[in-house]
Design a protein around this ligand. Sequence first.
Ligand code: PEP
Ligand code: MN
Length: 260
Amino acid sequence: MVVRELKDWYPQYNKPLLISGPCSVETEEQLRNSVLPIIDKVDFVRGGIWKPRTRPGNFEGHGERALQWVQALRKETPFKFAMEVATPEHVELAHQYEVDLVWIGARTTVNPFNVAELAESFKGSELPVFIKNPIHAELSLWKGALERFSKAGVSKLGAIHRGFHSYQKNKYRNVPMWQIPLDLKSEFPELPLLCDPSHIAGDRGLVAEIAQRALDLNYDGLMIESHCKPDAAWSDAAQQIATANLPDLINGLLLRDDVF
Ligand code: PEP
Ligand code: MN
């Protein structure tokens, strides 16, 4: 697999790469209030457009309507936007709405059929793609998804560590099992590796310490969920940082380069 360093395709890269924004785009007002205060502090704003809920009956995202809100807000104040894609239709809309970066969610990475079909839909695209680890602790599925995208010609490729489901009660929503992403990174040292402390934590009080651990381990960046009113969020309420607290969280992190 041919991998490229982040600075090779994202020249503005200033470690750590920061992606933040709400778990889901809920309303036009929530989008505006969650995004405008952070655009100077992050590289990419995240926002869930389609939400892969484990069980039915929860908010599943507004789809294209939410992308129209994003487009309208970007006309007013430009920012780079990142979202999850899970089907070739999502990929088509990502191109149509000029989304800047997409990621493949943990529930998609587990399925080689989905991954192969999705990877095909990126043929000829210049879009950066980050692959979250699969829900369960299997490094080969994660590598396999990265390889399928690489084979399809996606060269702006990276990985996101979001922890692993465990049926056992644990401090974390998804146990980090740091050795798995570190094994991935040791096989592909150039592969950009981000940490998603929000989905590991499941609790906003744990986000900073997990983010710090990732930086101590020399990760290239972080994806942190933030929301203007996190307690009222329509998804992942417990783990989202208040937008107003994001600068302090970021400023409190120490960069350490000397681990690897
Ligand atoms: C998300 O980023 O909001 C999300 C659904 O993540 P994951 O695929 O890691 O569960
Ligand atoms: Mn989420």
